[in-house]
Write a protein that binds this ligand. Structure first.
Ligand code: SAM
Length: 210
Protein backbone atom coordinates (compact mmCIF):
# COMPACT_ATOMS: atom_id res chain seq x y z
CA UNK A 1 0.00 0.00 0.00
CA UNK A 2 2.84 2.38 0.88
CA UNK A 3 4.33 2.53 -2.62
CA UNK A 4 0.96 2.48 -4.32
CA UNK A 5 -0.27 5.42 -2.22
CA UNK A 6 2.89 7.39 -2.95
CA UNK A 7 2.59 6.73 -6.67
CA UNK A 8 -1.03 7.91 -6.67
CA UNK A 9 -0.06 11.12 -4.85
CA UNK A 10 3.04 11.82 -6.97
CA UNK A 11 1.24 11.20 -10.28
CA UNK A 12 -1.77 13.09 -8.94
CA UNK A 13 0.25 16.28 -8.30
CA UNK A 14 2.08 15.91 -11.63
CA UNK A 15 -1.33 15.91 -13.32
CA UNK A 16 -3.12 18.42 -11.09
CA UNK A 17 -0.31 20.88 -10.39
CA UNK A 18 -1.97 23.77 -12.27
CA UNK A 19 -5.44 22.87 -11.00
CA UNK A 20 -4.13 23.04 -7.45
CA UNK A 21 -2.43 26.39 -7.97
CA UNK A 22 -1.78 28.53 -11.05
CA UNK A 23 1.34 30.59 -11.76
CA UNK A 24 -0.30 33.79 -10.49
CA UNK A 25 -1.58 32.32 -7.23
CA UNK A 26 -1.58 34.69 -4.30
CA UNK A 27 -2.25 34.10 -0.64
CA UNK A 28 -5.84 35.29 -1.00
CA UNK A 29 -6.99 34.19 2.45
CA UNK A 30 -3.82 35.47 4.10
CA UNK A 31 -3.21 32.20 5.95
CA UNK A 32 0.28 31.55 4.58
CA UNK A 33 1.42 35.12 5.18
CA UNK A 34 0.32 34.85 8.79
CA UNK A 35 2.12 31.51 9.20
CA UNK A 36 5.34 32.78 7.64
CA UNK A 37 5.13 35.82 9.91
CA UNK A 38 5.21 33.48 12.95
CA UNK A 39 8.74 32.57 11.89
CA UNK A 40 9.83 36.07 10.86
CA UNK A 41 9.10 37.17 14.43
CA UNK A 42 11.44 34.53 15.83
CA UNK A 43 14.29 33.79 13.41
CA UNK A 44 16.89 36.15 11.94
CA UNK A 45 16.76 37.01 8.23
CA UNK A 46 18.78 34.73 5.93
CA UNK A 47 18.43 31.75 8.30
CA UNK A 48 18.16 28.36 6.54
CA UNK A 49 14.56 27.14 6.35
CA UNK A 50 13.29 23.85 4.89
CA UNK A 51 9.89 23.63 3.15
CA UNK A 52 8.83 19.96 2.95
CA UNK A 53 6.24 19.31 0.23
CA UNK A 54 6.75 22.77 -1.24
CA UNK A 55 4.52 22.15 -4.28
CA UNK A 56 4.94 24.77 -7.04
CA UNK A 57 6.45 27.17 -4.49
CA UNK A 58 3.40 29.43 -4.29
CA UNK A 59 2.65 30.96 -1.99
CA UNK A 60 4.66 29.56 0.94
CA UNK A 61 8.17 29.03 -0.47
CA UNK A 62 8.03 32.41 -2.19
CA UNK A 63 6.92 34.23 0.96
CA UNK A 64 9.60 32.45 2.99
CA UNK A 65 12.31 33.16 0.42
CA UNK A 66 11.72 36.91 0.68
CA UNK A 67 13.27 36.68 4.13
CA UNK A 68 15.02 33.32 4.59
CA UNK A 69 17.40 31.04 2.69
CA UNK A 70 14.95 28.36 1.66
CA UNK A 71 15.29 24.76 0.49
CA UNK A 72 12.13 23.18 -0.93
CA UNK A 73 11.55 19.44 -1.28
CA UNK A 74 8.82 17.77 -3.33
CA UNK A 75 8.61 14.47 -5.22
CA UNK A 76 6.39 15.71 -8.07
CA UNK A 77 8.63 16.65 -10.99
CA UNK A 78 5.98 19.02 -12.37
CA UNK A 79 5.63 20.82 -9.03
CA UNK A 80 9.39 21.14 -8.54
CA UNK A 81 9.93 22.23 -12.17
CA UNK A 82 7.45 25.06 -11.67
CA UNK A 83 8.87 25.97 -8.25
CA UNK A 84 12.36 26.41 -9.76
CA UNK A 85 10.96 28.96 -12.21
CA UNK A 86 8.50 30.68 -9.85
CA UNK A 87 10.90 31.03 -6.91
CA UNK A 88 14.38 31.29 -8.45
CA UNK A 89 15.97 32.48 -5.20
CA UNK A 90 15.24 29.17 -3.40
CA UNK A 91 16.94 25.80 -3.84
CA UNK A 92 14.83 22.78 -4.73
CA UNK A 93 15.29 19.04 -4.39
CA UNK A 94 13.05 16.57 -6.20
CA UNK A 95 12.78 13.72 -3.70
CA UNK A 96 10.49 11.72 -1.51
CA UNK A 97 10.56 13.33 1.94
CA UNK A 98 11.15 9.86 3.42
CA UNK A 99 14.41 9.53 1.42
CA UNK A 100 15.91 13.03 1.43
CA UNK A 101 19.07 13.47 3.52
CA UNK A 102 20.30 16.51 5.45
CA UNK A 103 22.96 16.84 8.11
CA UNK A 104 21.79 17.13 11.69
CA UNK A 105 21.15 20.70 12.91
CA UNK A 106 20.95 22.14 9.36
CA UNK A 107 17.85 24.31 9.66
CA UNK A 108 16.58 27.12 11.88
CA UNK A 109 13.03 26.10 10.93
CA UNK A 110 11.19 23.39 9.04
CA UNK A 111 7.75 24.10 7.56
CA UNK A 112 5.43 21.59 5.94
CA UNK A 113 1.98 22.63 4.80
CA UNK A 114 -0.70 20.08 3.79
CA UNK A 115 1.88 17.40 2.98
CA UNK A 116 2.28 14.82 5.75
CA UNK A 117 -1.46 14.18 5.29
CA UNK A 118 -0.62 12.60 1.90
CA UNK A 119 2.22 10.39 3.17
CA UNK A 120 1.45 6.80 4.20
CA UNK A 121 0.59 6.83 7.89
CA UNK A 122 3.21 4.29 8.95
CA UNK A 123 5.97 6.76 7.90
CA UNK A 124 4.77 9.82 9.85
CA UNK A 125 6.44 9.11 13.16
CA UNK A 126 9.84 8.43 11.58
CA UNK A 127 9.60 11.59 9.41
CA UNK A 128 8.89 13.71 12.49
CA UNK A 129 11.95 12.21 14.21
CA UNK A 130 14.11 13.03 11.17
CA UNK A 131 12.78 16.60 11.09
CA UNK A 132 13.80 16.97 14.74
CA UNK A 133 17.33 15.83 13.83
CA UNK A 134 17.55 18.35 10.96
CA UNK A 135 16.56 21.25 13.24
CA UNK A 136 19.14 23.27 15.08
CA UNK A 137 18.77 23.40 18.87
CA UNK A 138 15.95 25.90 19.52
CA UNK A 139 14.78 25.51 15.89
CA UNK A 140 11.08 25.68 14.99
CA UNK A 141 8.66 23.31 13.30
CA UNK A 142 5.49 24.72 11.69
CA UNK A 143 3.41 21.90 10.23
CA UNK A 144 -0.11 21.22 9.04
CA UNK A 145 -1.27 17.80 10.28
CA UNK A 146 -4.62 16.02 10.43
CA UNK A 147 -7.27 17.35 12.80
CA UNK A 148 -9.15 14.05 12.89
CA UNK A 149 -7.86 10.65 11.77
CA UNK A 150 -8.86 9.83 8.18
CA UNK A 151 -7.70 7.74 5.25
CA UNK A 152 -9.35 8.25 1.88
CA UNK A 153 -9.13 8.22 -1.89
CA UNK A 154 -10.64 10.49 -4.56
CA UNK A 155 -10.59 9.71 -8.29
CA UNK A 156 -11.86 13.19 -9.23
CA UNK A 157 -9.78 15.45 -7.00
CA UNK A 158 -10.32 19.17 -7.70
CA UNK A 159 -13.07 18.09 -10.10
CA UNK A 160 -10.59 16.71 -12.64
CA UNK A 161 -11.56 13.49 -14.46
CA UNK A 162 -8.93 10.83 -13.64
CA UNK A 163 -7.32 13.09 -11.02
CA UNK A 164 -6.56 10.47 -8.39
CA UNK A 165 -5.46 11.45 -4.90
CA UNK A 166 -4.95 9.80 -1.51
CA UNK A 167 -4.75 11.04 2.04
CA UNK A 168 -3.90 9.26 5.27
CA UNK A 169 -3.46 10.92 8.60
CA UNK A 170 -3.97 10.60 12.31
CA UNK A 171 -5.73 13.18 14.46
CA UNK A 172 -4.28 16.17 16.32
CA UNK A 173 -3.66 14.39 19.64
CA UNK A 174 -1.51 11.72 18.01
CA UNK A 175 0.66 14.32 16.23
CA UNK A 176 1.08 16.32 19.41
CA UNK A 177 2.32 13.11 21.07
CA UNK A 178 4.63 12.13 18.19
CA UNK A 179 6.10 15.63 17.86
CA UNK A 180 6.72 15.73 21.62
CA UNK A 181 8.27 12.24 21.47
CA UNK A 182 10.64 13.55 18.78
CA UNK A 183 12.02 16.06 21.31
CA UNK A 184 10.05 19.18 20.34
CA UNK A 185 8.02 21.31 22.72
CA UNK A 186 4.56 22.23 21.46
CA UNK A 187 4.14 26.04 21.53
CA UNK A 188 0.56 26.03 20.24
CA UNK A 189 -1.90 24.26 17.97
CA UNK A 190 -4.55 25.98 15.87
CA UNK A 191 -7.55 24.67 13.90
CA UNK A 192 -7.36 25.70 10.22
CA UNK A 193 -10.80 25.40 8.63
CA UNK A 194 -11.27 24.03 5.10
CA UNK A 195 -14.79 23.53 3.77
CA UNK A 196 -16.79 21.63 6.34
CA UNK A 197 -13.76 20.25 8.17
CA UNK A 198 -10.15 21.35 8.53
CA UNK A 199 -6.62 20.60 9.68
CA UNK A 200 -4.41 21.44 12.63
CA UNK A 201 -1.42 23.76 12.44
CA UNK A 202 1.23 22.86 15.02
CA UNK A 203 4.00 25.24 16.08
CA UNK A 204 6.76 23.52 18.05
CA UNK A 205 10.32 24.18 19.13
CA UNK A 206 13.28 21.85 19.56
CA UNK A 207 14.65 21.88 23.05
CA UNK A 208 18.24 23.07 23.08
CA UNK A 209 19.56 19.95 24.79
CA UNK A 210 18.27 17.37 22.27
C1 SAM B 1 -1.35 19.67 -0.94
S1 SAM B 1 0.18 20.01 -1.73
C2 SAM B 1 0.78 21.35 -0.72
C3 SAM B 1 1.80 22.21 -1.40
C4 SAM B 1 2.28 23.40 -0.57
N1 SAM B 1 2.92 22.98 0.66
C5 SAM B 1 1.13 24.31 -0.25
O1 SAM B 1 0.71 24.37 0.92
O2 SAM B 1 0.63 24.97 -1.16
C6 SAM B 1 1.17 18.64 -1.15
C7 SAM B 1 2.52 18.54 -1.83
O3 SAM B 1 3.27 17.52 -1.16
C8 SAM B 1 3.97 16.74 -2.11
N2 SAM B 1 4.20 15.42 -1.51
C9 SAM B 1 3.29 14.54 -1.03
N3 SAM B 1 3.91 13.44 -0.55
C10 SAM B 1 5.24 13.65 -0.70
C11 SAM B 1 6.39 12.87 -0.38
N4 SAM B 1 6.29 11.66 0.17
N5 SAM B 1 7.61 13.38 -0.67
C12 SAM B 1 7.73 14.62 -1.26
N6 SAM B 1 6.67 15.39 -1.58
C13 SAM B 1 5.44 14.91 -1.30
C14 SAM B 1 3.05 16.70 -3.32
O4 SAM B 1 3.73 16.40 -4.52
C15 SAM B 1 2.45 18.11 -3.30
O5 SAM B 1 3.20 19.01 -4.09
Amino acid sequence: MTNRQKEIVRRGYDKLSYDYRNDNAIDDEGFYTEWVNCLKDKIPAESPVLDLGCGCGLPATKLLSEYFKVTGVDFSEVQIGRARKLVPSAEFICSDIADVQFSNCSFAAVVSFYTIIHIPLQEHREILMRIADWLRPDGYLLIIVGHEAWTGFDDRYLGVEGGEMMWSHEGEETYVQWISDAGLRILWTRFIPEGESGHTLVFARKSNNK
